[in-house]
Write a new protein. Structure first.
Length: 443
């Protein structure tokens, strides 16, 4: 049995995959503690893990981020991204780091497992001046490691081959680190100096490179190839492969009364904005409904828990709506998924061989959407607020061109063969077997 400390920022999109991690490790009889915000205490308990609460300096109510962080209201583009990284993720880093140290002092651990934006773990690795357990980065967002073969993370730019591509990447890297995120890097260095007495040894988004293992929750077929990929990276597959992900895709949603319409012969187009970025259905759901109103397709809408009545305006004859839907059954009947590009939801669709139309430009979504286009599994609209005509044009193209489904099916086969959290558990057990005594290892 390994002793494990799981760490997550108190945001639903970060906590949910880490809950699957905790549940999978508990199922393997490991001693699991989960460090996150108080809002998730009951959900942590449901996994069988022991809840450890973040201090107030690192906790907030993610159901109202604008209320918790009023300075972000009205910010868009690079300014908004810089604010979120600094205030939501970087500023709590010191308190997160101290919470990790307190938890380990109370009870040693074999490994600390942290999602990619839990900066307390980055600070744990920043100094390397004292003993600490093994650290495993859990890749709940697309792989952020800098590479000569890829553009910097966050730009949503696909790779460009050859020497010219590498020159482009080098120039973009300098511009991104010195200009776009220069103020954030400066602040990150200030925090690291205060906590560990040394600035970050790398660009702050590249911190997983220092981890003992990187468990990336995807398959290699859905990630940009890198000739300089560290040997510590393991493509373990999506967390949904473990069968423990507590999301809509795994929910036992009731079958609606109109379910039989899915077998009536019309192509099925499913559209969703997930359960987080769904406050304004005008971003993607309504444009899809309006754009396909006159097409011979069945448009199936999931509101992600919001009342169906929140869909403003009349619904065309070819639209069917539910608050939640049984995703395994739905995706087996879906011809195209229209989505804003959540990492887990996209891969759940790919697992079923469903091609996509994606439109998302917040959080990690530009990177997810770029990979959808790069892999050939779908079309990236490169916007956060789609136009009806653009959605309809993309859906028609995906329906008429079989290459998109072929690419999605190819990636889906790799996902189906992956093991998700079970493979992560193997990594934990391998570390546990060689990490004795429990707490501490040589520099």
């Amino acid at each position: 049995m390994a002793a494990v400390l799981v760490c997550s920022s108190p945001l639903i999109g970060h906590v949910t995959p880490m809950l699957a991690v905790a549940a999978g490790l508990v199922e393997r009889a490991h001693d699991v503690r989960f460090l996150t915000g108080k809002r998730y205490k009951d959900r942590v308990a449901d996994t069988g893990a022991t809840f450890v609460q973040l201090p107030s300096e690192a906790d907030f109510d993610d159901s109202n981020l604008d209320g918790a962080f009023p300075g972000r209201v009205g910010l868009k583009g690079p300014k908004g991204i810089r604010f979120d990284i600094k205030e939501i993720f970087m500023r709590p880093g010191k308190a997160q780091y101290e919470a990790i140290q307190a938890a380990l002092s109370e009870r040693p651990a074999d490994a600390v497992l942290a999602e990619s934006l839990f900066m307390g773990a980055a600070l744990l690795l920043a100094g390397r001046k004292s003993a600490y357990p093994a650290v495993i980065n859990c890749g709940i967002v697309p792989l952020s490691l800098a590479s000569r073969d890829t553009a910097p993370y966050g730009l949503g730019i696909q790779p460009s081959a050859g020497h010219a591509g590498r020159l482009r990447n080098r120039a973009l890297k300098t511009f991104t680190e010195k200009v776009v995120f220069g103020p954030v890097q400066k602040y990150a260095d200030e925090v690291a100096l205060e906590v560990r007495g040394t600035p970050f040894p790398t660009f702050f988004m590249d911190w997983p490179r220092a981890a003992d293992r990187i468990a990336q929750f995807t398959v290699a077929e859905f990630e940009y190839p890198r000739t300089d990929l560290p040997s510590t990276v393991h493509f373990v597959g999506p967390v949904s492969q473990s069968g423990t992900q507590a999301t809509e895709s795994a929910a036992s949603a009731a079958v609606p009364e109109w379910w039989g319409d899915l077998d009536a012969g019309r192509p099925t187009v499913h559209v969703t904005q997930g359960t987080v970025a769904n406050r304004d259905f005008g971003d993607l759901v309504r444009p899809t409904i309006d754009g396909l109103a006159d097409d011979d397709v069945l448009v199936v809408v999931s509101t992600g828990g919001r009342p169906v009545e929140d869909l403003a305006g009349p619904l065309p004859e070819n639209v069917r709506v539910a608050s939640y839907l049984p995703y395994d059954e739905l995706l087996s009947k879906t011809d195209v998924l229209v989505t804003n590009g959540g990492y887990g939801g996209v891969q759940f669709a790919l697992r079923h061989g469903v091609p996509l139309v994606v439109a998302g430009q917040t959080e990690d979504k530009p990177e997810v959407c770029a990979r959808v286009a790069w892999s050939g599994a779908g079309i990236n609209l490169r916007t956060n607020r789609a136009k009806p005509a653009a959605v309809a044009k993309a859906v028609r193209r995906v329906l008429s061109n079989g290459s998109y489904r072929e690419a999605s099916t190819r990636i889906g086969r790799a996902i189906q063969a992956s093991r998700g959290v079970d493979e992560l558990a193997d990594l934990v057990e391998s570390i546990s077997a060689t990490n004795n005594p429990l707490f501490g290892r040589p520099e």
